[in-house]
Each structure stands twice: as C-alpha cells, then as structure tokens.
Design a protein around this ligand. Structure first.
Ligand code: GDP
Length: 299
C-alpha cells in the first residue's frame, strides 16, 4: 500500500520510542501513548477512549508487557473503526438505480478530485455515471468538474454560474433516470457559511431530487482532508449538524504522517469511512478497509 507509507512510519516510530527502556505498560507509557495519539490527529475523545480501554486491560491482567502494546493497540483501534456498509459487494447499493450520491465538504479538501476518481471507479466497473455540477457559486468548481467529466468520459449536467443548485440537482437526476444511469454524483457548494444557510441549501437540493427519486440521496458523502487535523473535526461537526452525512471520504492520506483523523472522526461521529484518497491521480482512491488501514498504520 504505497499510498499510506507516510502515515504508517510516523506512528510506528513514535510507538517504538514511547516504550524504549520499558518492559511493562505503566502510567508513563500510557502518557506517552496519549501524546502520540493526539499528535497523530486521533482527536481528544477517541484518544481518551483508547487509553481507558488499555488501562482496563492493564488493571485486569495486572501486567501487560510493552511488547504486547502494538497488538493491543491494533485491536482497540480496529474495534473502533466502523464497518464499511458496502464492503465486499461493490461500493454501492445496486438495488437503487440510479444510486444517488450527494457530495459535501469545504473547498480545497479534494471534493472535485474525489468525484472524478469515483466516476472513474464506477465507470471502470461498467456502470453508467452522470455528474451534476450543483456548486454553482464558483465558476472554477464547474470548470474543474467539466474537466474531470472529459478525462473520465462521463456526462455532466450543468447550468450557468449562479443558477439555483437545486435546479441543477433536479436536472441531473431527471437526466439520469431518462438515460437509465446507474450512479449519480452531485457536487455541492463548499462554502462554510453559517449553519442555517448550509442546512437550507442542502435540504432544498435533497427535496428537489426527491421529486424524481423519493429516497434520494442514498449517500451523503462528506469529503475531508486527512492532513488538516483539527480542521477536519470542525468541518465534520459543521456538516453533520447540517445534513445526514452517512459516509466519509478522507483525502490526502499520502501526504501526511497523521492518518489518525480516519480513526477519530469515524469514532466521534459514528460514520463509516468509505473511501480514502492517496494521491492526485484518477486511480488514487481506495475503498476503505479497516483491517488494511490499521495494518498500514502500524507497519
Ligand atoms: P475541492 O476544492 O475540494 O474540489 O478540491 P480539489 O479536488 O480541487 O483538490 C484540491 C487539491 O488537492 C488538488 O491539487 C488535488 O490534486 C489535491 N488532492 C485531492 N485529493 C488528493 C489526495 O488524495 N492526495 C493528494 N496528494 N492530493 C489530493
């Protein structure tokens, strides 16, 4: 897993240093471990949870060797990661046709790139994909999505800049139904304006789509930049308060030594990480696998 090398090395090195000269897991080791987890962007509440669980094991077993710490930590972290709902059965619920994905997240996190990568992945599985450019506030956002639609070779529905995002979303799902598409991916504006505005905007987009497909969107995918630590937590708080986010895509894990965001955000908000971005290329998107992630995190 070349993409995750940077995340893993940092963590393993730090753990090794935390136990140098120690044979048992004691308070000092746990203090060091707590610092490492925080520094790896696991987040305060999830870090405390992990430390408490290890403390319980130490209390129960009386003696826990530092040589076991790696294994215990892996078990605890794996236990916190939520099951990817569509793992093993393709990335989507194929009984929904079209399967509608609404993508949310602030500008710069890799939203457009992730949509392009997803479109490529679905297309290479033989699925028909339609993109909807409902981020009508920035001309650049529409232009970029158009470029991705050309690179991948999938149709895109768009309107003039400044037009109503809900109207674009409506046109997109209508076109998808008419053309018997398998997957619809709708981009939305990434402005971090106030919560009420964001909520109203996303609610309106959903309502309008539901006129065509009553149970749409089937997936509300929040894209977060895995290298931004606390910012990613703040964004998750903001978007989960505004809409029913039910899947996460964490990007830029190739460029950070702090992949802990994946663990903390999934645990704190109880939303599964579905995809991870590990580079800028079309193929640099992986379906998240908890066991694999933990393996690469500890390698
Ligand atoms: P948006 O504003 O959220 O739509 O962000 P973009 O999709 O335009 O991405 C912003 C920048 O991040 C671009 O330079 C992308 O190539 C880059 N990017 C996106 N995803 C990844 C990733 O997984 N890894 C790396 N290294 N770069 C990424």
């Amino acid at each position: 897993d070349k993409g995750l090398e940077k995340s893993s090395q940092g963590f393993f090195d730090k753990i090794s240093k935390a136990v140098v000269g120690k044979s048992t897991v004691d308070e000092d080791v746990l203090d060091n471990l707590e610092e490492i987890l925080i520094a790896s962007d696991v987040g305060a509440s999830t870090t405390i949870k992990i430390i408490e669980r290890i403390e319980q094991r130490v209390a129960r077993d009386k003696f826990v060797g530092t040589d076991e710490l790696d294994k215990i930590l892996r078990e605890e972290i794996t236990g916190l990661l939520l099951e990817n709902p569509h793992a093993g059965s393709g990335n989507i619920d194929e009984t929904k046709k079209p399967y509608v994905i609404m993508v949310v997240g602030v500008n710069g996190v890799g939203k457009t790139t992730t949509i392009g990568k997803l479109a490529h992945q679905f297309k290479s599985e033989g699925k028909n994909v339609v993109l909807g450019a409902a981020d009508t506030f920035r001309a650049a956002a529409v232009d970029q999505l158009v470029i991705w639609s050309e690179i991948v070779g999938v149709p895109i529905v768009k309107q003039n800049m400044g037009s109503d995002p809900a109207s674009v979303a409506f046109d997109t799902v209508q076109s998808a139904v008419a053309n018997k598409a398998d997957v619809v991916i709708i981009d939305t504006a990434g402005r971090l304006h106030n919560k009420i505005n964001l909520m109203n905007e996303l609610t309106k987009i959903k309502k309008v789509m539901q006129k065509v497909i009553p149970d749409a969107p089937h997936e509300i995918l929040l894209v977060l930049d895995g290298s931004t630590g606390q910012n990613a937590f703040e964004q998750a708080k903001h978007f989960t308060a505004a809409t029913e986010v039910n899947a996460l895509a964490v990007t830029k894990l190739d460029g950070t030594a702090k992949g802990g965001v994946v663990i903390g955000i999934s645990d704190q908000f109880q939303i599964p990480v579905k995809y991870i971005g590990v580079g800028e290329k079309m193929t640099d998107l992986q379906l998240f696998n908890g066991a694999e992630f933990v393996d690469s995190f500890f390698k």
